[in-house]
Design a protein around this ligand. Structure first.
Ligand code: ACO
Length: 221
């Protein structure tokens, strides 16, 4: 019997967007290492900004899901979006208008780290394929599902002619998954070194074994 016999993989059609959000509320919003470090939400709770971020990414039409055959439930997703050269600066400017301080802190870190790189110029491209959210249902973790979703995402990127495949991997397991499909770290920021300019305190006290943010890239030939 195949490893993923009980699952079906596909691009995510619009009629499943709500089910994807439901999955993320229960498995990603509270669990992702940075969200968890700042207690962004309780498991199951909605989060307006994260849901907008997820829906905007879904609309790019490049996201992958795994559905459990028996129940029809969405049990894993890779939400993939297209990044353009001016998007980071625009997203960063928009952050200042948001009221959720914790959400702002997380995206300040992510956008700031990305702005230290110039992947567009470095690779001579005007769009980057970005895996923004990788999430697997708690009941199905540790079976290689995230790896399979990322592998399939890479295929989607290739089919759509992207040269750069990128992920901001915020925790140890997503970093292992990305390495296992050939992404390499181009920038690493240790959370213990990321401190408040006012108080000197570490901003993200992540749980073990999550120690750093890694911006990871694979060049698709
Ligand atoms: N304990 C020990 N090892 C683990 C665990 C665990 N809890 N979870 C995964 N691993 C290991 C696996 O053994 C495997 O290593 P191996 O290849 O050496 O065997 C590797 O990590 C990858 O395992 P997968 O089974 O492919 O990953 P999984 O399907 O469990 O999903 C994921 C990993 C997506 C990180 C999941 O734990 C999750 O949804 N976490 C909450 C959300 C999150 O943190 N997402 C990533 C943030 S970054 C981003 O979204 C771009």
């Amino acid at each position: 019997m195949g490893k993923f016999e009980d699952m079906e993989f596909s691009l995510i059609p619009e009629e499943r967007y709500e089910d994807v959000i439901h999955h993320l509320r229960n498995n990603f919003f509270a669990d992702e290492p940075l969200n968890s470090a700042v207690s962004l939400v309780q498991p199951g709770d909605p989060h307006a900004e994260l849901e907008e971020h997820s829906l905007n990414t879904l609309k790019d039409g490049l996201s992958q899901m795994a559905v459990h055959r028996d129940t029809g439930q969405v049990i894993g997703v890779a939400l993939n979006g297209i990044q353009g050269p001016d998007d980071l600066a625009a997203s960063q400017a928009k952050l200042t208008t948001l009221t959720d301080e914790k959400f702002r802190q997380i995206f300040d870190l992510l956008y700031g780290a990305n702005l230290t790189l110039d992947l567009f110029r470095q690779h001579g491209v005007d769009r980057i394929f970005e895996c923004r959210i990788l999430s697997v249902d708690k009941r199905f973790r540790g079976r290689g599902l995230a790896r399979e979703l990322l592998r399939r995402s890479e295929e989607v990127a290739r089919e759509n002619g992207f040269k750069v495949f990128k992920e901001d991997a915020t925790g140890f397991f997503s970093q292992k998954v990305a390495e296992s499909v050939g992404l390499q770290t181009v920038h690493e920021l240790r959370y213990e070194d990321y401190t408040s300019p006012d108080t000197g305190e570490v901003i993200f006290k992540t749980k073990k074994p999550h120690e750093s943010l890694k911006i990871m890239v694979k060049i698709l030939q």
